[in-house]
Design a protein around this ligand. Structure first.
Ligand SMILES: Cc1cc2nc3c(=O)[nH]c(=O)nc-3n(C[C@H](O)[C@H](O)[C@H](O)COP(=O)(O)OP(=O)(O)OC[C@H]3O[C@@H](n4cnc5c(N)ncnc54)[C@H](O)[C@@H]3O)c2cc1C
Length: 638
């Protein structure tokens, strides 16, 4: 299929303005005639539901938690980017655009990224107006810090709780609309299918997680903002109920899934410490502003950090990348940590850790200053590891954190299914093969507050022949049947192995063969292993409890069943991309210095997969990427 990204014509600086003018507008009096379903209440979904309600649409908003404000966005620590240039340190829309395209290893769409950089400035204004307590300088100006992949300070933050504060802002706006009756909130509902009528997305089917009831909801358009799928690895920094099922159901109904193999591994997480862990904890990248990363210069040196003299410490990022130092992008920092550990220089009991050391910063600025900047993160580290990071270096190691792949969307954020939109981490759009820090919150809020309100109006008013339908339509009946069958099938397995155990094994396969580094043999092996594990799951999974009750095992089983199908797609995508770029590092394609080596000649495209059913290979569709403004070059942070 020929993918049409619907990128507006004209100079890149004017595309969004021109497009907003060209898009048809729904007359204010007509907006109340349209029902919009928004699945997800994180920064993307919460912002969208609030804004669409404010505009006058009837919004139905869904989430799996007991409150919209428990969406995973609440966990975001470090900050949100915006090209405000308050510091006069050389930032601009153009520089943010440039850094993001380059950081994503030239695998994102230029037009989208430029719009993101433009809109980033409005997000901060909106946040301030909502009362987000962003950190401020003495004179009252909003403070900024730097993040990986940038040489300017453009990251706005509220200590280490930026996501939480931004989510509270969106939640307050959302609550206003709930109270006004424009948003109907459905908590503890899990979307299990999207309903298509005449090829258009016209509703969803959900399971009420309290009563087990299967529910039908119709609308004129459906917006998915259901987050990322990092949890497919079992161990990740994501909240444990993050999943792929909404996006994957949409994929099975015809929405293409783009670049599933691009996983971001975050370099500064608390290392894995045992086999009974279910979650990993991120230490924000902002810590690398003041913390220096090092390992012993000599392999096998097991002395405590304090006993290793300065001359025997290897500050490998500072030595190798003098321009960016500890603030290289995440893929580069992660790979270098792995390289040092593989060479026997890893620290701690497992040897799978490096130091993040604040001693110099504390000597320079004093403990109070460092405490004010990162206090809650230091406290969190101490609670988990029982070590005081003010006194001894933190130990960190890379962990799965974010997924750049997602549903393919055009410039309007519409998937290949008309009327089905995808936003935030659930779409593939703006980060290419690697996401720079503080850019996910930026994208989620840009999509929710400043893009979808225009583009969904363009769709609804754009002569798409969207007749009114009700949930009595046979398409809803079919969808309910499909959902119920799958639940019945799960409940009748009656096996012996827990769902968590399957998930854990799947995660290990992916980490070993489709993780920080991949190679063709490993990927082939992983595919066979995943198929075998999936077959075993459907014969031997143990799911206690009842269908029509609160049943977290059943919820989990449904998600793991989807992960078991989706994981194969990830591996296939990784196998087909015979190059290395950003979060996809195939060991067969690297420079002499061990950096990712792209093949722009053959792979400068977004890979959009089209489902052909569970037992058939999906079809690969390519959206060629053109780089008119940021020259395709080998990425260098030296
Ligand atoms: C520990 C941590 C720290 C981070 N720090 C930063 C940071 O400092 N800066 C930054 O830019 N990014 C950060 N990120 C990334 C960022 O937090 C996420 O990418 C972003 O918040 C995702 O927002 P979202 O709205 O797309 O999805 P989410 O916030 O994940 O929301 C998903 C929503 O969808 C709902 N949902 C999911 N599936 C279903 C379903 N089937 N049915 C119904 N509802 C469903 C959920 O209930 C939820 O409401 C961090 C991530 C982690 C893990």
């Amino acid at each position: 299929m020929q993918l049409d990204a619907k990128i507006p014509s004209g100079p890149i600086q004017d595309k969004w303005d021109k497009h907003r003018f060209d898009l048809k507008i729904v007359n204010p009096a007509n907006k109340r005639k349209f029902d919009i379903i928004v699945v997800g209440t994180g920064l993307a979904g919460g912002a969208a539901a609030a804004t669409l309600g404010e505009l006058g649409y009837n919004v139905k908003n869904f989430c799996i938690q007991d409150s919209p404000r428990r969406a995973h966005s609440i966990a975001a620590q470090g900050g949100i980017n915006a090209a405000k240039n308050y510091q006069n340190d050389g930032d601009s829309i153009w520089r943010l655009f440039y850094d993001t395209v380059k950081g994503g290893d030239f695998r994102a769409r230029e037009a989208n990224v430029y719009r993101l950089a433009q809109v980033s400035r409005n997000i901060i204004d909106q946040g301030v107006a909502q009362g987000i307590p962003f950190a401020r300088e003495y004179g009252g100006q909003l403070a900024n810090r730097s993040f990986g992949g940038a040489q300017v300070s453009r990251t706005f933050y509220a200590r280490g709780q930026t996501g939480q504060q931004l989510l509270l802002g969106a939640y307050a706006s959302l609550s206003r609309q709930i109270e006004a009756g424009k948003v109907e909130m459905f908590t503890r509902r899990e979307m299990l299918d999207v309903v298509l009528i005449n090829g258009q997305a016209r509703g969803i089917v959900t399971r009420n997680l309290v009563t087990g009831e299967i529910e039908k909801h119709a609308g004129h358009a459906v917006v998915l903002a259901t987050g990322g799928y990092g949890n497919v690895f079992f161990l990740s920094t994501n909240a444990m109920n993050c999943n792929v099922n909404a996006a994957f159901r949409a994929y099975r109904r015809g929405a293409f899934f783009a670049n599933p193999c691009y996983t971001q591994i975050h370099p500064t997480c608390i290392p894995v410490h045992g086999t009974y862990q279910s979650k990993l904890t991120l230490m924000s990248e902002s810590l690398r502003n003041d913390g220096r990363v090092w390992v012993p210069r000599n392999p096998g040196d097991k002395r405590p950090a304090a006993q290793i003299p300065e001359s025997e410490r290897l500050y490998y990022l500072e030595e190798k990348y003098p321009s960016f130092g500890n603030l290289v992008p995440r893929d580069v920092a992660s790979r270098n940590a792995k390289e040092q550990c593989d060479a026997g220089k890893g620290v701690g009991e497992t040897g799978l850790a490096v130091y993040l050391d604040f001693a110099d910063a504390i000597r320079r600025d004093g403990q109070d200053v460092i405490g004010r900047k990162y206090g809650n993160l230091f406290q969190m580290y101490e609670k988990i590891t029982a070590q005081n990071p003010y006194e001894m270096p933190m130990m960190i190691y890379p962990a799965v954190h974010y997924t750049m792949g997602g549903l393919w969307v055009d410039y309007n954020l519409m998937t290949t299914v008309p009327g089905l939109f995808a936003m935030g981490e659930c779409n593939f759009s703006d980060h290419g093969a690697n996401r720079l820090g503080a850019s996910a919150l930026m994208q989620g809020l840009a999509d929710g507050y400043f893009v979808i309100p225009y583009t969904i109006g363009g769709y609804l008013a754009g002569g798409n022949n969207i007749e009114d339908v009700t949930t009595d339509h046979p398409a809803f009946r079919d969808s309910v049947g499909y959902v119920q069958d799958r639940i019945t099938r799960l409940m009748s397995i009656n096996g012996k192995r827990t769902v968590d155990d399957f998930h854990k094994e799947l995660g290990q396969i992916l980490w070993d063969y489709c993780g920080m580094a991949r190679n063709n043999d490993g990927l082939d092996k992983a595919r066979t292993m995943i198929q075998g594990l999936r077959a075993e799951f459907w014969e031997n999974a143990m799911i206690p409890g009842k269908t029509n009750d609160v049943n977290q095992s059943l919820e989990k089983a449904g998600r793991v069943a989807d992960f078991l199908e989706f994981a194969e797609l990830m591996v296939m995508d990784a196998r087909h991309r015979q190059e290395s770029c950003g979060g996809h590092f195939n060991e067969g394609f690297q420079t002499e210095e061990g950096e990712a080596m792209r093949d722009d000649e053959d792979f400068c495209y977004a890979a959009a997969w089209e489902s052909k059913g569970v037992d058939a290979d999906p079809e690969l569709n390519r959206e060629p990427l053109e780089f008119e403004h940021v020259k395709l070059t080998q990425r260098s942070y030296k």
